[in-house]
Write a protein that binds this ligand. Structure first.
Ligand SMILES: Cc1ncc(COP(=O)(O)O)c(C=O)c1O
Length: 307
């Protein structure tokens, strides 16, 4: 969690508006029915100024989420890319978390959202590692949630819809009130899916694995990034389902996400994971830090410069 510290501008419906004027009516449709899709993106300092990491992949997923929900999106990727860059420049904040959101606006009520106007905004704020800098360094304590991850027969997990995050919040609250840092959600088949806002990776006998998209997860941009890193490190990789007990017997486990970065898990439900040394996770973390800060030319095409 982070206390919001206001910056100067929010991009809203096609223009920059002062932070305090970026408001909606209390009868806004999306507020009542969870009919909103959003993204989480980061920009970071590089030697050549601020750069947004994998901006286009996030924006494409944003538009795809809207398509799943038949939401009419008034802006294309090019416009949203320009808006993002304009916003970072205007706020003069080179390192931040960015939050594009599209939602059914004010004007209609009732469950069919297709008649409501779509409103689109991009906000940004300063946000350190979601599970804490100490968590990134030393690992976090996780618990397997009693809540089952949403699945594509109810709320499609591959669309980043606000409604999915009610499920995430139930799992997160349960974890925190039980004294843990984060939850791990199983899918309706009882196999490992993901965290409330992160994907999950396992290392066992030198092989890195992660649940496939069909396990009911958000296809994370960081997950995709890590899969590329694993290939570049010449580590064996598999996309396969794994069970709760395979969490306990892992040599290493880690979360990935734009908010969380690459965060090791040092314990699951009282069982220490591996030796606590995370050699593979550490290699991937180093590669990630270099990529997002523009220090590895192999990943330069993932950066959108903010001139
Ligand atoms: C449920 C869920 N899974 C996984 C992720 C990780 O996705 P990404 O790496 O694109 O941030 C997120 C974050 O957006 C998420 O909310």
């Amino acid at each position: 969690m982070v206390d919001l510290r206001p910056l100067r501008w929010i991009w809203m419906d096609g223009r920059l508006v002062p932070w305090n004027d970026a408001r909606v009516h209390v009868l806004t449709h999306g507020l009542h029915y969870g009919y909103a899709v959003f993204e989480g993106i980061r920009c970071h300092r590089t030697d050549r100024g601020s750069a947004v990491f994998r901006l286009d992949e996030h924006l494409v997923r944003f538009l795809d989420s809207a398509r799943v929900y038949r939401m009419k999106m008034p802006f294309d990727v090019l416009t949203l890319r320009q808006a993002t860059v304009e916003l970072i420049r205007a706020n003069e904040t080179p390192e931040a978390y960015l939050r594009p959101i599209a939602f059914s606006g004010y004007g209609q009520m009732g469950l069919d959202p297709t008649q409501s106007p779509t409103q689109v905004a991009i906000g940004m704020w300063e946000w350190g590692a979601y599970l804490g800098a100490a968590g990134v360094e030393r690992g976090v304590r996780a618990t397997v949630s009693s809540w089952v991850r949403v699945d594509s027969r109810s709320l499609p997990p591959q669309a980043k819809c606000a409604a999915n995050y009610a499920n995430s919040a139930l799992a997160k609250m349960e974890a925190v009130s039980g004294g843990y840092d984060e939850a791990i959600l199983l899918n309706s088949q009882g196999m490992v899916a993901e965290g409330p806002g992160e994907n999950l990776f396992r290392v066992k006998n030198g092989v890195v694995s992660t649940p496939p998209a069909s396990s009911g997860i958000l296809r994370g941009v960081t997950r995709d990034t890590v899969i590329r890193f694993v290939a570049d490190e010449r580590i064996e990789f598999r996309r396969n389902d794994f069970s709760r007990e395979e969490l306990f017997t892992s040599d290493e486990l880690f979360y990935t996400g734009t908010a969380a970065g690459i965060t090791p898990i040092r314990e699951v439900d009282g069982r220490p994971i591996g030796t606590g040394a995370y050699p593979v996770t550490k290699r991937l973390q180093l590669r990630y830090e270099d990529a997002i800060h523009g220090r590895n030319p192999a990943y330069a095409s993932w950066l959108t410069a903010v001139p």
